[in-house]
Design a protein around this ligand. Structure first.
Ligand SMILES: *Cc1c(COP(=O)(O)O)cnc(C)c1O
Length: 392
C-alpha cells in the first residue's frame, strides 16, 4: 500500500470547508483609499488599516521612489551584517522622537517585533500575563518564549491583580502584555491601571500600539500619550503597516531595552533589514503624523459622526464599546453576520463579517479612515436602515 504523508491536508481542508471556516482572498485593484475596486466592483472601503489615508499619499510615494533610486530595492542583508543603512537609523530616531523614548528599533514587521521582543526578555523561569483578546503575534510570541502564560479575562483588572497575587512570587521576571486598541473590538486597554499593577508587582509591561499609533494622542503617539502615561516604564511596540502606511514594526523604550534587543531579539538579528522603499515611506509618514494633526482630526470627526448615526439602531444593531476607528456591529450568530456583510457588499460597502473562532461573538467590523466623506458614512447608514427594515 502506497503511503501519502500529505493526504491529511485534503482531509483537513474538507473539515475547514464543512465548518464554514474556509477563507479566501479578495483582489483589490488600483490605488488604496476610501473607495477601492474589489474583485472588479467599486466599493466604499471599511476594511482598511490605512487610518490616515497615507498609503496613497504622494509624499510617501515620492520618498519610497527616491530611496529605491538611490539605494535599490533590497537591503541585501540583516542589520548586523550588510543590511544597515543610515535611513534605518533615521527612521528609528523619528519613532523615538514621536514616542518620546530614549531609543527605538525597527523590525521587518509588527508580528516579528512582538515575537522577537517577548522571546528576548522572558524565558522558562518567567511569567507572562496576557489579555484574552490579545493579537495573535503577542500570543505566539508568548508561546515561543517558553514562559508560563496565564490569560486574564479581557481588560479585567481585578482578575489580573488576583493572578499577580497568586503567582508573581513563583517566577523570576514577569511581563504583562496587552493590545492598546483591541484589533477586533476597538476598545482600549485600561493602561494606567495596568501600569500601576505592573509597578506594584515588579513587572514589565508591553503594550501593542498597532492600531493606536497615528490615531490616538494629540501628537498621534498612541494610547500611551492618550492616557498621559509617557515617561512611565513601558515597552511600546507598534507596526509601520497601519496608520504609518508602509511595512515593518518597531519597539520604543529605554536605551538599555533597545540595546538589549539589538543583541538578543532573534527575529531582528536573523532576518533581512527593511527595504529602502519601505523604510523611507515609513519615515515620511512619521513626519507627517507629527506635523499634520489635520488627518487625525478628520478621522476623529468621522468616528464621532458614525457613532452618532449608529446610535439610533442600538436596539436592533448594537455597537460594541469602542474608542477608536474600529467600530463593530454585534450580531447574534455567524450567519446573520455573513448575511449583513453580503447585503452591504451588494450595496457597494466593504465591511467584513468577523466570526468565531477569531472572536467570541459574530460582528461586522467597520474601520474608518480620515478620507471617508460624510456621504460615505450617511450612505452606509441608509443601507443599514434598509437592512433593518427587512428584519422587522
Ligand atoms: C496588525 C497587528 C500586528 C502585526 O503587525 P504587522 O506589521 O502587520 O505584522 C500586531 N499587533 C496587532 C494588535 C495588530 O493589529
Amino acid at each position: 500500500m502506497s503511503k501519502n504523508p500529505y493526504r491529511w491536508l485534503d482531509e483537513s481542508l474538507t473539515t475547514i470547508h464543512r465548518a464554514n471556516w474556509y477563507r479566501t482572498v479578495k483582489t483589490i485593484d488600483g490605488f488604496p483609499g476610501a473607495v477601492v475596486s474589489l474583485d472588479g466592483q467599486q466599493v466604499v472601503n471599511f476594511a482598511s488599516n490605512d487610518y490616515l489615508g497615507l498609503a496613497g499619499d504622494a509624499r510617501l510615494i515620492a520618498a519610497a521612489t527616491e530611496a529605491i533610486q538611490a539605494f535599490g530595492t533590497g537591503s541585501t542583508g540583516s542589520r548586523l551584517l550588510s543590511g544597515h543603512r543610515q535611513l534605518h537609523r533615521d527612521l528609528e530616531s523619528a519613532i523615538a522622537l514621536l514616542k518620546q523614548t530614549d531609543d527605538a528599533i525597527a523590525f521587518s514587521s509588527g508580528y516579528l517585533a512582538n515575537i522577537g521582543t517577548i522571546c528576548a526578555i522572558v524565558g522558562q523561569r518567567d511569567l507572562i500575563l496576557s489579555d484574552a483578546y490579545n493579537h495573535s503575534s503577542l500570543k505566539n510570541g508568548a508561546i515561543l518564549s517558553g514562559a508560563k502564560i496565564i490569560e486574564y479575562p479581557h481588560t479585567d483588572m481585578e482578575a489580573l491583580q488576583t493572578q499577580l497575587q497568586q503567582h508573581r512570587s513563583d517566577y523570576r521576571r514577569c511581563l504583562i502584555v496587552t493590545d492598546s486598541v483591541f484589533s477586533m473590538d476597538g476598545d482600549l486597554c485600561p493602561l494606567p491601571d495596568i501600569l500601576d499593577l505592573a509597578e506594584s508587582f515588579d513587572c514589565m509591561a508591553l503594550v501593542d500600539e498597532a492600531h493606536a499609533t497615528g490615531v490616538l494622542g494629540s501628537n498621534g503617539a498612541g494610547c500611551v500619550e492618550h492616557f498621559g502615561c509617557r515617561g512611565r516604564q513601558i515597552i511600546q511596540m507598534g507596526t509601520l503597516s497601519k496608520a504609518v502606511a508602509s511595512l515593518g514594526g518597531y519597539v520604543a523604550g529605554s536605551s538599555a531595552l533597545i540595546d538589549f534587543l539589538r543583541n538578543r531579539a532573534p527575529s531582528w538579528i536573523y532576518t533581512t533589514a527593511l527595504s529602502p522603499g519601505d523604510t523611507a515611506a515609513a519615515l515620511a509618514a512619521i513626519k507627517i503624523i507629527q506635523t499634520e494633526p489635520e488627518q487625525r482630526q478628520q478621522l476623529w470627526q468621522n468616528i464621532n459622526y458614525l457613532k452618532q448615526l449608529l446610535h439610533q439602531y442600538q436596539q436592533t444593531l448594537p455597537v460594541l464599546p469602542s474608542a477608536s476607528p474600529i467600530i463593530c456591529i454585534q450580531l447574534p450568530n455567524p450567519n446573520t453576520a455573513l448575511q449583513l456583510s453580503q447585503y452591504l457588499a451588494t450595496a457597494g460597502f466593504f465591511a467584513p463579517a468577523i466570526r468565531p473562532p477569531t472572536v467570541p461573538t459574530s460582528r461586522i467590523r467597520i474601520s474608518l479612515m480620515a478620507t471617508h466623506t460624510k456621504i460615505h458614512l450617511e450612505s452606509l447608514i441608509a443601507t443599514l436602515q434598509n437592512y433593518e427594515k427587512r428584519l422587522n
